[in-house]
Design a protein around this ligand. Structure first.
Ligand SMILES: [Zn+2]
Length: 237
């Protein structure tokens, strides 16, 4: 009887994976020398650009370059891309994420430029980055089940949802407007929530607020909540 395919256990890496691990180990050594680290970052950026260039030809990239695609074309491209991508062996992941973010759904924001590998981030997107009872529950789940140690509550510049909520058209978007208005109150509730408050007090969790500059993805006005003083203290960024 044929043996079933063995699940990837991370202990028997293929040749490329082994090469990659050695390269990463070498890079970790290089990081100790600032000039070499800067050079390594430069190389890394070029590799990302190269990967992006190669993927220009893939279904996922060309999909969004089509002029006025029909829903059928979009669906066919998604299914074709997924069929190919899912054939590639999936590395193991234990689901521990360390970071959770609540942020605006605006796709101009590139969270990969804030957090790096988004696989380790519980990413909660909604209009504005509103905090509502649903986000409070989601963040409590992230802390208690995914081991999250840092919660980031992000707004961003030129936010259409914020403009809508505070503009004359607010009544046409009642749920978004209400969620934006209620966010400060719900952030207070989040800090007192049964999973969050003890973790803050024990020092196993930090909650920050910040504004993302949409054009650069730079975090500004980063503030960390201090449970002792109940103040949002600025953090150098
Ligand atoms: Zn926005």
């Amino acid at each position: 009887m044929a043996e079933p395919p063995r699940a990837y256990d991370g202990k028997h890496p293929g040749f490329l994976q082994s090469l990659l691990r050695r390269w990463v180990a070498a890079w970790m050594f290089v990081r100790r020398v600032p000039a070499l680290e800067r050079a390594a970052w430069w190389c890394s950026d070029r590799l990302v650009e190269l990967a992006s260039l190669i993927r220009q030809g893939s279904e996922s990239m060309t999909l969004y370059r089509l002029e006025e695609p029909s829903p059928e074309q979009v669906l066919a491209n998604v299914l074709r891309y997924n069929a190919r991508a899912s054939r590639v062996r999936k590395p193991p992941f234990d689901g521990r994420t360390w970071v959770a973010v609540v942020r605006c759904m605006d796709r101009k924001l590139d969270m990969g430029r804030v957090f790096g590998d988004m696989k380790f981030v519980d990413d909660i997107a909604n209009p504005y980055g509103a905090v509502t009872p649903r986000e409070i529950e989601a963040l409590q789940l992230a802390v208690s089940k995914h081991g999250v140690r840092l919660v980031c509550l992000l707004t961003h510049t030129d936010c259409a949802a914020l403009a809508v909520a505070s503009g004359p058209d607010g009544s046409a978007w009642p749920l978004i407007s209400a969620a934006v208005d209620a966010t400060p109150r719900h952030i207070e509730a989040l800090l007192q929530a049964p999973v969050i408050a003890p973790a803050l007090k024990a020092g196993t969790l930090a909650v920050i607020r910040a504004t993302v500059i949409t054009g650069t993805d730079r975090l500004t006005d980063v503030r960390r909540y201090q449970p002792q003083t109940r103040a949002w203290e600025p953090v150098a960024s």
